[in-house]
Design a protein around this ligand. Structure first.
Ligand code: C2O
Ligand code: CU
Ligand code: CU
Length: 432
C-alpha cells in the first residue's frame, strides 16, 4: 500500500521455462516467473493499481475478468501493451467478495497467450464475507484451484493441443500449473476456489466418494445459501467456491466426470467436444490432526433481485454457427451496442447451434433471469459473468450498468471458448 493508500501490485509478463516433469523444461510464459502468476488480493473499497510490464517479444494485454472498472482500465484488446512497454491500470474495488481472475486479451491471440501460462487469480474480500467465518487463510484453508488442460510429449514436454471445434483440448490436467497434484490440509474445513482457466474444456467437478459438492459461491460472489450438488459444471472462465469437510487422515479426490447429459449435449457432439472425458483433478490429503472449523452460517449473502419492470433496454445476442454474434464477427473499429449508464438491461443470449458456446460480459456481474423461460437452478441463481450456453437454449440475463460512462472506449462481450473468441465471436459495447 503506497503513501496515498493505493494497493499496488506489479506483474511482469515474461517468457521462461517450467519443469512440468522433473528435469524436463518446457517453454512457458508467466507473470513474474515460469507459469501463471501470483494471486492478487484486495478489499472492497480499496483503490488498487497494477504496474504491468511486458517483457515478451510480442504485444499483449491483461484483462481483469469479472471486475467492475472503467473501460480504459479493463485490459481488453484496446489496451495493448507493446513489447518492452508498460501500463498501470487503477480503479476502486466496488463489488462483493469474489473469486476473479486475470488473463491476456489481445484480439486473435487470447487462446495462445493464456495457454502459454499467462493467467492468475484476483480475490476480493469484504466485511460481510469476513463476518461469516469462512476459511480465509490463503494457502492453508483457502485454496486457489486453477484448472487447465494441456498436452505433453512422452518425455513430459508441454505441446500444443489438438483443436476440436471447441478449441484446443489437452488430455492431461494441470492444477496451479502442477501435473498430478495433491493438497495436504490441516483444517477440518477448506474452501476451494475453482477456476476453469482452460481454453475450451468444460468440467463437471465431483468428489471421488460421491459426497455432494458444497457450492457457496459463483463468478461474482457468494450465493445466498450453500447448495449441495452432484457436480459443479464449469465452462472456460467460470469460477466456483466450494467447501470441503474432512476427517483426520481422510483422502478424497476432486474429479471431473463429464457426461453428455451434464454437458447438455447430444452424445456425438459431446465426444467431439472432449465432453465425456474423466479426470482426477486434485487429491486432497487430510492430516492426522486437523484444526477445528467454526460453523458456517446458513445465510451467506443477500442478493438483491433486479426488478424486470425496471428494464430499459432489451438486446438479443444470437450465437451463430461460424463464430459470429448477431451475424457479425468482431471488428475493433465497430461499437456494436451502446448502453445508457445507470440503467438495467435485459440481454437475451440465444444459442441456436447444435454445439455449445459460452457468453461472457465485461464490467458487470449479471443475474440469469430465465433459461428457456424457466427460473435458473440454485447454482446459477447468484452473480455470474460467464455462462455455458447449451445448444438450442435461450438465456435471459439482467444486468445494471451503474457508472463509468466512456463513449470512446468499449467493453467486450464474447464466447469464452478462447479459440471462438479469437475467430471473432466477440462484440463491443460502450457505456455512455
Ligand atoms: Cu475472461 Cu473478455 O475475458
Ligand atoms: Cu472478462
Ligand atoms: Cu463459442
Amino acid at each position: 500500500v503506497d503513501a496515498e493508500g493505493t494497493r499496488v501490485f506489479a506483474l511482469e509478463a515474461q517468457a521462461g521455462t517450467t519443469e512440468f516433469a522433473p528435469g524436463v523444461a518446457s517453454e512457458t510464459w508467466g507473470f513474474d516467473g515460469g507459469y501463471l502468476g501470483p494471486t492478487l488480493v484486495a478489499d472492497r473499497g480499496e483503490r488498487v493499481r497494477v504496474d504491468l510490464t511486458n517483457s515478451l517479444d510480442e504485444a499483449t494485454t491483461v484483462h481483469w475478468h469479472g471486475m467492475h472498472l472503467p473501460a480504459a482500465m479493463d485490459g481488453g484488446p484496446h489496451q495493448m501493451i507493446a513489447p518492452g512497454g508498460s501500463f498501470a491500470p487503477e480503479w476502486i474495488v466496488d463489488q462483493p467478495a469474489a473469486t476473479l481472475w486475470y488473463h491476456p486479451h489481445p484480439h486473435g491471440e487470447t487462446e495462445s497467450h493464456v495457454a502459454k501460462g499467462l493467467a492468475g487469480m484476483f480475490l476480493l474480500h469484504d466485511d460481510a464475507e469476513r463476518s461469516l467465518g469462512l476459511p480465509e487463510e490463503y494457502g492453508v484453508d483457502d485454496i486457489p484451484v486453477i484448472v487447465q488442460d494441456a498436452g505433453f510429449s512422452a518425455e513430459g514436454v508441454r505441446e500444443d493441443t489438438q483443436r476440436g471445434y471447441a478449441g484446443g483440448l489437452g488430455d492431461e490436467l494441470l492444477v496451479n500449473g502442477t501435473r498430478g497434484p495433491y493438497l495436504d490440509i490441516s483444517t477440518e474445513l477448506v474452501r476451494l476456489r475453482l477456476l476453469n482457466a482452460s481454453p475450451a474444456r468444460t468440467y463437471a467437478f465431483a468428489w471421488s466418494d460421491g459426497r455432494p459438492v458444497e457450492l457457496i459461491g459463483t463468478d461474482g460472489g457468494l450465493l445466498e445459501a450453500s447448495v449441495a450438488l452432484d457436480q459443479v459444471r464449469l465452462s472456460p472462465g467460470e469460477r466456483a467456491e466450494v467447501l470441503l469437510r474432512v476427517a483426520p487422515g481422510e483422502r478424497v479426490v476432486l474429479q471431473s466426470r463429464m457426461t453428455a447429459e451434464i454437458a447438455g449435449l447430444e452424445p456425438v457432439v459431446a465426444s467431439m467436444n472432449g465432453g465425456v472425458d474423466a479426470f482426477d483433478v486434485l487429491e486432497v490429503r487430510a492430516g492426522d490432526e486437523l484444526a477445528p472449523a467454526a460453523s458456517v452460517p446458513a445465510r451467506l449473502a443477500t442478493i438483491e433481485d433486479f426488478d424486470p419492470a425496471e428494464v430499459v433496454t432489451t438486446r438479443t445476442f444470437e450465437l451463430g454457427d461460424s463464430f459470429e454474434i448477431n451475424g457479425e464477427a468482431m471488428d475493433m473499429d465497430r461499437i456494436d451496442e451502446t448502453v445508457t449508464v445507470d440503467t438495467l438491461e435485459r440481454w437475451v443470449v440465444e444459442n441456436s447451434n447444435a454445439v455449445p458456446h459460452s457468453f461472457h460480459v465485461h464490467d458487470v456481474q449479471f443475474r440469469i433471469a430465465t433459461i428457456d423461460g424457466a427460473a435458473p437452478p440454485p447454482e446459477l441463481a447468484g452473480w455470474k459473468d460467464t455462462i455455458f450456453a447449451e445448444p438450442e437454449t435461450s438465456y435471459e440475463l439482467l444486468m445494471r450498468f451503474d457508472d463509468y460512462a466512456d463513449p470512446s472506449t468499449p467493453y467486450m462481450y464474447h464466447c469464452h471458448l478462447l479459440w471462438h473468441e479469437d475467430q471473432g465471436m466477440m462484440g463491443q459495447f460502450a457505456v455512455v
